[in-house]
Design a protein around this ligand. Sequence first.
Ligand code: SF4
Length: 108
Amino acid sequence: MSNFSAFPSNRRAFMMQAVTAASAVMVVSEASAQAMVDEKDAQAAGLGYKVDATKVDKAKYPTFAAGANCSNCALYQGKAGAASGGCPLFAGKQVSAKAWCSAYAKKA
Ligand code: SF4
C-alpha cells in the first residue's frame, strides 16, 4: 500500500524532471538555431563572409557581383523573404540573407 501512495509523487517528480529536461533541450536547440555567423569566426573570415554584401572588398574578391547575396545563393537554406537562414558551410548557424561569402554560387 505504501508503494501505491509513493507512486504518484514519484511519477509527478519524474514528469516535472521530464518537462524541465525537454524545456532545456528546446532552449539549447533554439539558441543554436538562432546563432548567427560572426564575420570574425575563422571559417567566416577565411571565406570573406560579410554580413552586409554591399561591404564586400571588391578588390580582394573580384568575383563578387553587385546584388549577389546569400538569399540568391544556391547554398542558402533560408525561406524566401526570411532575414536569415542556414548554409551548409556554417553548420548549426545562420547566415544573413543579405550576407555574402566567396563560396557564393548563383541560384539557378
Ligand atoms: Fe551565403 Fe552562399 Fe556563402 Fe553560404 S555559400 S554564406 S549562402 S553566399
